[in-house]
Design a binder for this molecule. Sequence first.
Ligand SMILES: Cc1ncc(COP(=O)(O)O)c(C=O)c1O
Length: 427
Amino acid sequence: MSSLHHRHLAVSPDWLALYYRHPLEITHGEGRHVWDADGNRYLDFFGGILTTMTAHALPEVTKAVTEQAGRIIHSSTLYLNRPMVELAERVVSLSGIPDARVFFTTSGTEANDTALLLATAYRRSNQILAMRNSYHGRSFSAVSITGNHAWSPTALSPLQTLYVHGGVRGRGPYAHLSDEEFIAACVADLEDLLGHTRDAAALIAEPIQGVGGFTSPPDGLYAAFREVLDRHGILWISDEVQTGWGRTGEHFWGWQAHAEKGPPDIVTFAKGIGNGMSIGGVIARADVMNCLDANSISTFGGSPVTMAAGLANLSYLLEHDLQGNARRVGGLLIERLRAIAAGSESVREVRGRGLMIGVELVKPGTDEANPEAASAVLEAAREGGLLIGKGGGHNTSVLRIAPPLSLSIAEAEEGAAILADALRAAG
Ligand SMILES: Cc1ncc(COP(=O)(O)O)c(C=O)c1O
């Protein structure tokens, strides 16, 4: 065990999991690569949990951070803040929500907490509809709307949460149905649930479940849900912490795969927008955002340095059409991975969109989740010089592949080849 690992264990909570038998200390990065403390170089297909969105050490972001830090690092939300207003203007215009307002936080968890605060205050109800297998963060309220029990350590809750079908297409009681029948069954389930409850505040959903293993419903499910929710006055919160900013290639926001009935009432975001700087936020229709009748501030939310980073990062993303790159290079990568999986008894499914790709592993020839294989592939990929993630339901058996959106075709080919070897090596 390295001395840093030893020191880490001595001072950290037991539940703070580390990847790998011999955990990595990442010391620096550039583009789509990172280096460890021993000088080994890795192709990074996980971006610190989908957070290095454009590239490591992107000069434009580094320059913006350095220049802003040299002027002022902190002032708080009590004072006018030019970078914050500028980023808010950009986010509002990209949001697709009419007359939208933005509140910046420091994490996705806090963004979802804020969304819950808004929805419960607006609707005067503490009842929340969430999806089975969901993940929305680590706070007391966020874990109480998390349908993935491996990430929800307490049953105590300030909310009354009801879990809805639909976030997982390929497993569960409706898996055998066609897309159309699947949507109809999930809508019927929602209608039935609402018949047994009163006045839910909101439905919160990740368009593609992240921690849950990059699972998603057929396109259109949330539009169909929206019709039901509208009849009851229930708000729709789209958690775009992983799916926002073009990662899914075809859309800028994940909810746009379900857009027939218009945008959600509330969108939450975090991770990629800051390229590693601590930015989260909530976007909502003005009447929803403004429903609070008490003060609320954030000391760190919208801090000038993080906002300057977000602006530079977003400009780079848009000017270089990284959404288009995610669609093109992600399409190629998923094709390669499907070709590799076609020869494997251990891969149940390769799924995803853009640069958000999941590879579900099973015990050979069965449908049974294989978390040991997922861990073994993670180790073997690292040996080969590739970092990936894992996730998925109660058994962590899905490889998660989510590189920075500037990934080149050559890097996609290289990563796919390493992964093919890793899958073979892990049996
Ligand atoms: C969909 C989703 N929502 C919320 C969060 C929580 O974000 P954070 O870790 O920044 O608090 C995460 C984190 O992985 C996430 O994947």
